[in-house]
Design a protein around this ligand. Structure first.
Ligand code: SMG
Ligand code: MG
Length: 369
């Protein structure tokens, strides 16, 4: 495959409402969108790195620099031998930086699939036309505000609710949501590493609420801590931040550190590694679901395709466009009976809207190949 140029575009898009997690509040997404141009196609992807290194060590300005000075030169060195399947190997000598690697592999894969007329879902092995949608609900100022937000999402048709938790915002919001919306509601929590093993007894107090899972209670490199915690609570533990590769997944499962995995392609270096995690988990009988990083339609399209694979058996954080943005960068993803439709067109299967993109663009850097 011959690339003509790669464009790095910094965009700034306001969120429809602030999103608060245990590590901070987002009121907008400032991200880099990558466009790969070949003679016959344009491939698109978005980088999940946030302006601050709080979810993981990666952050936007650092990511742009790594992409420009350390990753793209390694792809240029491949010349015409470059394919999406060769990206990860070429970038392997660079340690870490999974989000920066993922955005390049994804944009190149999109261009490659568009050249050959294959959809992401078809390439990855999706077996479903639609995928069930959950929604991630941020930490709020009051329980009343939370209940109102959850009620609104359930009215829209969301099939599962995830509550962000932190010390001081855990038992009460979970109890309030259970009492108000009943035992049938699919409910889970995400701590984004806010607890320590010393909180085990406190976290066990969530057990009676019959949660689907507790996501990433402890810090990301504490697999052993999660394994200990798993023996002290009955709520299944799901790992997010801890899993950056299929090897991590195999280790965590073998240690008993998790019994469910949140798969985010951006966190693990791209869709090829994400599919390997799906496969490793399936081989162990461990269910997975597709996480989210507040993606625009560009990233969402590929995530929804991934969520169509057979072992994605739990609803994902793959919500509709209007959960995030008043105006998305693609035609909006909409809920249909609580589901999103897997795009079927070539590549990511959605078109980027040029006028909307131009309106949110802060700067563009073009790198000739
Ligand atoms: O895309 O709907 C979404 C966000 C889902 O909660 C979500 N993501 O830890 O799972 C997670 C968080 C990380 C992003 S917070 C800005
Ligand atoms: Mg998470």
């Amino acid at each position: 495959m011959k690339i003509e140029n790669i464009e790095l575009r910094r965009v700034h898009i306001p969120l429809v409402r602030p999103f608060r997690t245990s590590f901070g509040t987002s009121i907008a997404r400032e991200i880099t969108i990558v466009r790969v141009k070949t003679a016959d196609a344009e491939g698109w992807a978005e980088c999940a790195a946030d302006t601050r290194p709080l979810y993981s060590s990666e952050f936007l300005d650092g990511s742009d620099l790594v992409i420009r000075d350390h990753l793209i030169p390694r792809l240029q060195a491949l010349g015409d031998r470059l394919t999406a399947e060769r990206v990860a190997g070429a970038l392997e000598p660079v340690k870490g930086h999974t989000m920066s690697k993922a955005v390049l592999e994804t944009a190149i894969l999109d261009a490659q699939l568009k050249e050959t007329g294959v959809s992401f879902g078809g390439y990855l092995g999706a077996v479903h036309d639609t995928v069930p949608a959950g929604v991630s609900v941020g930490i709020m100022d009051s329980i009343d505000e939370l209940l109102e937000a959850v009620a609104g999402y359930l009215e829209e048709g969301y099939l599962r609710i995830k509550l962000k938790i932190e010390p001081g915002w855990d038992l009460e919001p979970v109890r309030a949501v259970r009492e108000r919306f009943g035992d049938e509601l699919l409910l889970q929590v995400d701590a984004n590493t806010a607890y320590t093993l010393a909180d085990a007894r406190h976290l066990a107090r969530l057990d009676p609420f019959d949660l689907l899972l507790m996501e990433q209670p402890l810090t990301e490199d504490d697999l052993l801590g999660h394994a200990h915690l798993a023996r002290r609570i009955t709520t299944p533990i799901c790992l997010d931040e801890s899993i950056e590769s299929a090897r991590d997944a195999a280790t965590a499962i073998t240690l008993g550190a998790c019994s469910i995995i949140n798969v985010k392609p951006s966190r693990v270096g791209g869709y090829l590694e994400a599919r390997r995690i799906h496969d490793v988990a399936a081989a162990h009988g461990v269910p997975v679901w597709c996480g989210g990083m507040l993606e625009t339609g560009i990233g969402r399209a590929a995530n929804v395709a991934l969520a169509g694979l057979p072992n994605f058996v739990l609803p994902g954080d793959t919500s509709a466009s209007n959960r995030y943005y008043a105006e998305d960068l693609t035609a909006p993803f909409v809920l249909e009976n609580g589901h999103l439709r897997v795009p079927t067109g070539p590549g990511i299967g959605v078109e980027v809207l040029p006028d909307v993109l131009a309106g949110v663009t802060a700067s563009v850097t073009e790198i000739r190949f």
